[in-house]
Unconditional design. Structure first.
Length: 153
């Protein structure tokens, strides 16, 4: 396998939970061949959100974003696979659902800023985000029996 195996973080946001889309979202990642190595439901705190969305802290929508993200629990996934960051971003689609490609999660289920999921935008940010939300004993290394069929030689 010539591609780099990497991990990436997905946050299934309150709208995904409230709209009963968790199973469909996870299904799409599994069908692609990505391996789930971490999964949990949490209630995000101010501290979590201040750190995760620090790049938005001075923007006018920041308080509304935090309120939304704290409106219900979220479900977090750590996925592993070859070039998983890029693969996941294609599956997720563009940020605004009304312009995301049909077939992507956001393109199929979102019309605007309530865009169902967060996906890490680089391997470096994925590593940082994963360490922020998951302890090492919450991540699992295991052999997936279908990898040869997914990746070939």
């Amino acid at each position: 396998m010539s591609s780099t195996i990497e991990r990436t973080l997905i946050i299934m946001k309150p709208d995904a939970l409230q709209r009963s889309l968790l199973g469909e979202i996870v299904r799409r990642f599994e069908l692609k061949g990505l391996k789930i190595v971490g999964l949990k439901m949490i209630k995000l705190s101010d501290a979590h959100l201040d750190r995760h969305y620090a790049h938005h802290k001075d923007k006018p929508f920041f308080d509304d974003l935090k309120k939304f993200m704290m409106s219900s629990p979220v479900v977090m996934l750590v996925l592993e696979g070859a070039d998983s960051v890029n693969a996941v971003r294609i599956i997720v689609g563009q940020t605004r659902g009304n312009v995301a490609d049909a077939g992507s999660i956001r393109g199929d289920f979102s019309m605007g800023n309530k865009n169902l999921v967060h996906a890490s935008d680089s391997a470096a940010s994925a590593a940082e985000e994963i360490s922020h939300f998951f302890k090492s004993d919450e991540l699992f290394d295991y052999e997936k029996i279908d990898y040869d069929f997914i990746y070939g030689d």
